[in-house]
Design a protein around this ligand. Structure first.
Ligand code: NAD
Length: 498
């Protein structure tokens, strides 16, 4: 098979760049190298940023009516051609096709939210704040903005940001993950087809060098980053030190509490879906199941019942769960299972020897359930990012809450109970940004904002929703005197209202 080269997208067209550095792109279900992605050098990065900078003045001045019509066109094209994008995601990420379609639909919801931008950008107006003086507020775009995204949602995560950024009048440089870069180019082509002017949406392929240039370039006004916690922290500190507005979403270790009064069938279904969906490579995956009181034995049995028939295999063959993204990642996740076993956890379902429905060279690891996990084990302390669900047994609700609140991550969490009072207490007391009540993956709708607490987000603005609009604009307050603009003559005192 000949490998294709995946380059950048600049000024409405493909751009090869001058760098001779590339990285392999593989199909995780076959282990085959299917392409090589360009890794930008400094000149490439600067060329992409320059395109976004020169497109900004005209796009900023483009009417809201025109911007909105392009967003609607983009939404229609995306909706009608999402199968193409899903196939690209499955081929490079490995997640099963239905899951890939799910991520596109969640991204599309942000496009739909951004279609309402004229309403979202309305400012305030105060007539006669002082005699014959009016005051009003407007929100204006920042300029060219940088978006740096992770491998696990090559379409949805960029779409958390770019529809809102573009709708607000900014131009974009997207730096996708080098593991699955093709979705970004497909999205760029779609924008062109939707009528977006050249240079408004650009793609810069690359690694740390490209990221560093985005963080340092004076032209780039903000950074929206999603990825692992150490890189999020680095991006936040470097970006803000360079005077940029930064939102940097990091890693996660999501807990679900199951109380003794919960519907255990519902909870077991939810644990399997949230633990093993997308092979656990979701920042909202449940990786720690906190079983309260005497609930664990029955719950573990129900989870085993549901896990055993799951089919791990090629995402194009109707499997339940696909491979992990790379061989190195597959081996790392398997090594955590080894470590958990050595530390004394019980391996109730072992995915290490899975018979996958797929090429033997695929990066397979089946669903894995570990019981009697304790908080000091590495399988509990670290973000594993694989299909490994750990059961931690505790005596009381308070023990469970303490465990979650002591955890350095705070992305998502869930409680399973039939007790409204317990659920309400949990939503109030838990130190986590997104909370599910009998819902295992509480990803907020586009018109709410997505974001975690603690080491799961650096910065104070969550993604999309009104927080997204706020992030991609800055406020201006105007004080105006019209009609009979009489002045009071010379007066060096501070202006007072009358
Ligand atoms: P990653 O941190 O390795 O990479 C993310 C991005 O940073 C990529 O574009 C990558 O090219 C770039 N990058 C990698 N190393 C860099 C470096 N040293 N300097 C500068 N840039 C660098 O993350 P990943 O493995 O692609 O994605 C998985 C991680 O993302 C998990 O930790 C997951 O929890 C997290 N994630 C978080 C959320 C959230 O909403 N909080 C959502 C999705 C994924």
């Amino acid at each position: 098979m000949t490998t294709n080269t995946i380059g950048h997208w600049v000024d409405g067209k493909p751009f090869a760049g001058t760098s001779d550095r590339t990285a392999e792109v593989t199909n995780p279900a076959t282990g085959e190298v299917t392409g090589r992605v360009a890794l930008a050098d400094l000149d490439d990065a600067r060329a992409v940023i320059a395109a976004a900078a020169s497109a900004f003045p005209a796009w900023r001045d483009t009417s809201l009516a025109k911007r909105t019509s392009i967003l609607f066109a983009f939404r229609e094209l995306l909706n009608s051609r999402k199968d193409e994008l899903a196939a690209i995601i499955t081929a490079e990420h490995g997640k099963v096709l239905s899951d890939a379609l799910g991520e596109i639909s969640r991204g599309q919801e942000v496009v739909e939210f951004a279609c309402g931008i004229p309403h979202l950008l309305k400012g305030g107006f105060t007539e006669n704040a002082s005699t014959k003086v009016d005051v009003f507020s407007i929100r204006q775009p920042l300029g060219p903005v940088g978006i740096i995204s992770p491998f696990n949602f090559p379409a949805m995560v960029p779409m958390w940001f770019f529809p809102v950024a573009i709708a607000c009048g900014n131009t974009v440089v997207l730096k996708p993950s080098e593991k699955d870069p093709t979705a970004s180019i497909w999205l760029a082509e779609l924008w062109k087809e939707a009528g977006l002017p050249d240079g408004v949406f650009n793609v810069l392929q690359g690694d740390k060098l490209a990221v560093d240039e985005l963080l340092e370039s004076r032209a780039i006004k903000s950074i929206s980053f999603v990825g692992s916690t150490p890189i999020a922290e680095y991006v936040y500190s470097t970006g803000t030190a360079n005077g940029k507005r930064v939102q940097a979403l990091g890693g996660a270790k999501n807990h679900a509490i199951v109380l003794p009064d919960a519907d255990l069938d519902l909870a077991a279904d939810a644990m399997v879906n949230a633990g093993f969906g997308s092979a656990g490579e979701r920042c909202m995956a449940i990786s720690a199941l906190v079983a309260v009181g005497d609930v664990a034995d029955d719950l573990v049995a129900k989870i085993v019942e549901r896990t055993t028939p799951l089919r791990t295999g090629d995402g194009t063959r109707g499997s339940d769960m696909g491979p992990l993204v790379t061989k190195a990642h597959r081996d790392k996740v398997a090594s955590y299972v080894d470590a958990g076993e050595n530390d004394g956890a019980t391996v109730v379902v072992d995915g290490r020897g899975v018979q996958a429905d797929g090429d033997p060279n695929g990066f397979w690891l089946g669903p894995t359930l570990l019981d009697h996990v304790t908080p000091e084990m590495s399988v509990y302390t670290d973000e594993i990012f694989g299909p490994v669900l750990s059961v931690v047994r505790v005596e009381t609700y308070d023990d469970a809450l303490q465990l979650i609140n002591d955890n350095p991550y705070g992305n998502g969490t869930a409680i399973f109970t039939n007790d409204g009072g317990a659920a309400r207490r949990f939503q109030n007391e838990v130190e986590v940004g997104m909370v599910g009540i009998n819902v295992p993956i509480p990803v907020p709708m586009a018109y709410y904002s997505f974001g975690g607490w603690k080491n799961s987000l650096f910065g104070d603005t969550h993604a999309h929703g009104t927080e997204g609009v706020h992030f991609f604009t800055r406020g201006k307050a105007v004080t105006a005197r019209w009609l009979d603009p009489s002045h009071g003559g010379i007066n060096l005192g501070f202006p007072q209202n009358d």
